[in-house]
Design a protein around this ligand. Structure first.
Ligand SMILES: *[C@@H]1O[C@H](CO)[C@@H](O)[C@H](O)[C@H]1NC(C)=O
Ligand SMILES: *[C@@H]1O[C@H](CO)[C@@H](O)[C@H](O)[C@H]1NC(C)=O
Ligand SMILES: *[C@@H]1O[C@H](CO)[C@@H](O)[C@H](O)[C@H]1NC(C)=O
Ligand SMILES: *[C@@H]1O[C@H](CO)[C@@H](O)[C@H](O)[C@H]1NC(C)=O
Ligand SMILES: *[C@@H]1O[C@H](CO)[C@@H](O)[C@H](O)[C@H]1NC(C)=O
Ligand SMILES: *[C@@H]1O[C@H](CO)[C@@H](O)[C@H](O)[C@H]1NC(C)=O
Ligand SMILES: *[C@@H]1O[C@H](CO)[C@@H](O)[C@H](O)[C@H]1NC(C)=O
Ligand SMILES: *[C@@H]1O[C@H](CO)[C@@H](O)[C@H](O)[C@H]1NC(C)=O
Length: 433
């Protein structure tokens, strides 16, 4: 099985490599607010949230994540250059590790739990996420995943018709590893919350109905986010999708902050700095077209919303002050004091596979409870979820073990062969490690 899976993977990556040189951007729809059959399912339901909870610096935040591009490559691409003139370019923003999946997990859960691959995982429901913090203050949220075929789709990937080149059959446009909320049981196993893991036609629907939530995470598909393509391809997508939305008050309202960034940089032998931009009407006029060289990481996205809405924290790396500076213009409005980190003390974010955690077989330790004494960027304490054993602190955990040597896999890993929605298939042996 393992050998077959690997062979298929090799065959398919060879195909993508070939395809990557040949792909040309095509609009999946007439415009971003018109639903399309290219996204498999049409919207079934509208969110009924009203923007209510006023933040200190913004009332809505939209995260848009592109893929695997070095800072300089992005910074010298025309559309990104012109977007930078309208926002604050964060010139010292870092991903937290390689490859993709742990970065997405970190941005939602405040840690990547040792994960250093893109396998199929799920995280138990006693582990909190930003969703718990938001709901605690009744702040609406949703993620929109381009080419995810149905709301709350659970599969590892999804092949849909290649809309740019119908003659070539299907294309794996959607991947679970870029959909962080589905990985957390507290979200995907809760039927009400799961509805907020939304198909991209829901984006059009929710915007047109005037109910785009206050916290939004957007993952473009595998070609539009530059993963299988180039930065120029992603630039064409932004020209099609983001530029018109910037002038639409239903998306970029008077107090909307849009954070456009990348999951990780491409070159793993250098620091993991990525291009990141704060744009949108919430960015003060006098700061547009400026740069900010404060050290930020993906954890800053968590601390920034905590500061803005005075939320509780996760008590994980979102409360590690040197890794989670709050975007300066937000820190200023909320009174949060950022930490100046000298260049020589910036951690190496390009290290991979060396952090112990529950999502690594190389140095497995069970999930720990968060640090309940941590102080976040909001004034509340650390949020805990039902089923959390608060005694299981970091220091109470057993030493890391190599699960492969023991010929066991963690119960949090699932068979990556699941390509359709449905049940969790726990690994029974070491094959999927
Ligand atoms: C799907 O995308 C292709 C490529 O842009 C386009 O020609 C086609 O009209 C789209 N289909 C629908 C139903 O919007
Ligand atoms: C608004 O939401 C309703 C309910 O889902 C849907 O029927 C309708 O098409 C939506 N409006 C638009 C213009 O998308
Ligand atoms: C809408 O509901 C139908 C039937 O349950 C389902 O097949 C379809 O995928 C749903 N659409 C979305 C966006 O989930
Ligand atoms: C990480 O980046 C540093 C600084 O650029 C470099 O010296 C180091 O070799 C890199 N580490 C890895 C594992 O590539
Ligand atoms: C990745 O980030 C580093 C350090 O922030 C930057 O110097 C480097 O240029 C980026 N990678 C490449 C190859 O550009
Ligand atoms: C905070 O981050 C630094 C840099 O990665 C790390 O060395 C330190 O262990 C972290 N602190 C905690 C409490 O996790
Ligand atoms: C979280 O829940 C899992 C599954 O029920 C359990 O095995 C684990 O011990 C719990 N961990 C903590 C820190 O509470
Ligand atoms: C684990 O598997 C390896 C290779 O399959 C075998 O050599 C080893 O004896 C096994 N270890 C245990 C503890 O079963």
């Amino acid at each position: 099985m393992a050998r077959l899976a690997r062979a298929l993977l090799l065959a398919s990556s060879a195909r993508f490599a070939f395809a990557a040189t040949a792909q040309v951007f095509a609009q999946p729809s007439k415009n971003p607010l018109v639903q399309t059959a290219n996204y498999t399912s049409f919207s079934n339901n509208t969110l009924h949230d009203k923007v209510e909870c006023k933040g200190k610096a913004f009332n809505r935040i939209i995260h848009i994540w592109l893929e695997n591009t070095d800072f300089e490559t992005t910074a010298s691409t025309p559309i990104f250059e012109s977007l930078a003139e309208q926002g604050i370019l964060l010139t010292n923003y870092h991903s937290v590790t390689h490859p993709s999946e742990p970065n997405y997990i970190a941005a939602i859960g405040g840690d990547f739990f040792g994960n250093h691959d893109d396998n199929m995982y799920h995280i138990p429901s006693n582990i909190s996420t930003v969703v718990d913090l938001l709901e605690d203050k009744k702040i609406s949220w949703a993620t929109y995943q381009e080419n995810m075929p149905t709301d709350a789709f659970y599969g590892f990937l999804y092949n849909s018709p290649n809309y740019a080149d119908p003659a070539s059959g299907t294309y794996p446009y959607y991947v679970r590893k870029h959909n962080p909320l589905v990985i957390f049981d507290s979200v995907s196993q809760d039927p009400v919350r799961a509805k907020r893991i939304r198909n991209f036609n829901d984006f059009a629907n929710d915007v047109v109905n005037g109910t785009l939530p206050q916290w939004v995470f957007v993952t473009p598909n595998m070609v539009n986010d530059a993963h299988d393509t180039t930065i120029d391809f992603a630039a064409s997508f932004l020209e099609y999708w983001l530029l018109p939305l910037l002038t639409d008050p239903r998306v970029n309202g008077p107090d909307t902050l849009i954070v456009l960034t990348f999951d990780e940089n491409e070159t793993k032998t250098v620091q993991n700095r990525v291009w990141a931009l704060a744009i949108g009407n919430a960015v003060p006029l006098k700061l547009r077209g400026t740069t900010d060289d404060t050290l930020y990481t993906h954890y800053s996205g968590l601390s920034t919303v905590q500061a803005n809405w005075d939320l509780k924290s996760l008590g994980r790396q979102d409360t590690n002050a040197s890794l989670s500076n709050v975007f300066s213009f937000v820190a200023k409005k909320t009174g949060y004091k950022n930490v100046q980190v000298p260049a020589s003390q910036v951690p190496q974010f390009n290290l991979t596979g060396v952090v112990p955690g529950a999502l690594t077989s190389a140095a497995f330790v069970p999930f720990a409870a968060p640090n309940l004494h941590a102080r976040g960027a909001g004034s509340g304490g650390v949020l805990t979820r039902p089923g959390l054993n608060t005694k299981l602190t970091q220091s109470a955990l057993p030493p890391p073990v190599n699960m492969l040597l023991l010929n066991k896999t963690t119960p949090w890993q699932m068979s990556p062969e699941t390509t359709s929605g449905g049940s969790i298939i726990p690994c029974k042996d070491a094959v999927c490690a």
